[in-house]
Ligand binder design. Structure first.
Ligand SMILES: *Cc1c(COP(=O)(O)O)cnc(C)c1O
Length: 388
């Protein structure tokens, strides 16, 4: 059996958890939280970061900081995870869904301007598979129309756009350390605050609407309730686990990249026959090897591929269903067709990719894919010959 994902323990996770427990402080914002914060701020030049209990929570913090009023509009891609939209819906915003491009599931920056209205306040680019959206175009529109850009960088750890780390470009950004991502803590996330205007308030929202962070630093001599917020900070147990992963970030990223490249080379000859598309990495983007996906030619072929892999004990999975067609939002959507979002919903398949996957596992997966398409190829040739 080859699972789709397997969480990887890089070495010191349990040791650091034990250390955190023995230290006597296991609630949030202790030593390990601060070590993680320092790591990210130094390595990626993020202005300020706050660990959260999930990326969903980081997005909720961002939506609170954006100070949305009912009826304000937020542009997000339809091809994304529910959380991207949920955070803003909870603040009373109206979601305006953007379509993906023909080349990748990322939102189409070329057609973004036509979605901007008087009520637009925020654009949320999602860097699908850790591959950057066209950020220069998005930031230029944000400047022209005075909008906030909140990067959903859930999948984007250690990836960049024109040499600049993802998560450092938007006014705010949200990362995930869910066990399906590259760097994990079970559940976990992080808010990045690049715009100084949000730095002070972000700490208050993080600590249940109180100025407890300032109190801990000795900047005020008592703390109290001064704003809205929630309990967004994770315990030291989570932060200790995460810090162990961060110490091995390079090792994890190198292994994933080697596996990704091996898949790519092995599948290129089959892709060249026209059976499916491989991921395309624009010149401005890096590949952080978060995900290996194929885009099939039609839905039936995609489902046949998933089934053939499953019959061989290999778990491959499709991904998002267009949010503009979801049970919850379809009646609130403005009715526009989003053909590329639907295209990826129907035809994209993700292959197993995790640290402990082996090259021979990949050989086995590629062999099944070859068999599916060679039988298909033969059938198509016979069908064609019969018609002559
Ligand atoms: C994983 C993911 C999320 C949610 O992350 P959690 O940490 O599970 O809340 C949000 N957006 C995208 C694009 C994701 O891939």
């Amino acid at each position: 059996m080859i699972p789709f994902n397997k969480p990887y323990l890089s070495g010191n996770e349990t040791e650091y958890i034990t250390d955190a427990v023995r230290s006597g402080k296991i609630s949030g914002n202790g030593l390990y939280t601060q070590k993680c914060h320092a790591f990210f701020e130094e390595k990626y030049s993020f202005r300020k970061v706050l660990l959260t209990t999930s990326c969903t929570d980081a997005l909720e913090m961002a939506a609170i900081l954006a100070d949305l009023q009912p009826g304000d509009e937020v542009i997000i891609p339809s091809y994304t995870f529910v959380s991207t939209a949920l955070a803003f819906v909870r603040q009373g915003a109206r979601i305006v869904f953007a379509d993906s491009t023909s080349e990748s599931p990322n939102l189409d920056a070329e057609r973004l301007e036509s979605l901007i209205t008087e009520r637009t306040r925020v654009i949320v680019p999602v860097h699908y598979a850790g591959i950057a959206c066209d950020m220069d175009k998005i930031m230029a529109l944000a400047r022209t129309y005075n909008l906030l850009v909140i990067e959903d960088a859930a999948q984007s750890i250690d990836s960049s756009y024109k040499g600049v780390p993802l998560g450092s470009i938007g006014h705010l950004a949200a990362f995930s350390f869910h066990e399906t991502k590259n760097i994990i803590s079970g559940e976990g996330g992080m808010l990045v605050i690049n715009d100084e205007r949000f730095a002070h308030r972000s700490e208050i929202v993080w600590e249940k609407g109180t100025n407890r962070s300032e109190f801990f630093r000795g900047e005020v001599n008592k703390y109290g309730w001064i704003d809205v917020g929630s309990s967004f900070l994770p315990s030291e147990i989570i932060a200790a686990f995460l810090y162990a992963q961060l110490e091995n970030l390079e090792k994890i990223q190198n292994r994933r990249a080697a596996l990704w490249n091996y898949y790519y080379q092995a599948l290129t000859p089959i892709s060249d026959l026209g059976y499916f598309e491989l991921p395309k990495i624009p010149d401005y983007a890096t590949n952080n090897a978060h995900m290996f996906f194929l885009v099939c030619r039609n839905a039936a072929q995609r489902d046949q591929l998933i089934k053939a892999l499953k019959d061989s004990g290999i778990l491959a999975v499709f991904h998002y269903l267009s949010l503009h067609k979801s049970e919850y939002y379809k009646d609130k959507h403005d009715g526009r067709e989003l053909p590329f979002s639907d295209y990826y919903s129907a035809m994209l398949v993700r292959l197993p990719l995790f640290f402990e996957l082996s090259f021979s596992d990949i050989d086995q997966i590629v062999q099944v894919i070859k068999t599916v398409f060679s039988s298909r190829y033969d059938a198509e040739v016979i069908h064609y010959n019969n018609q002559l």
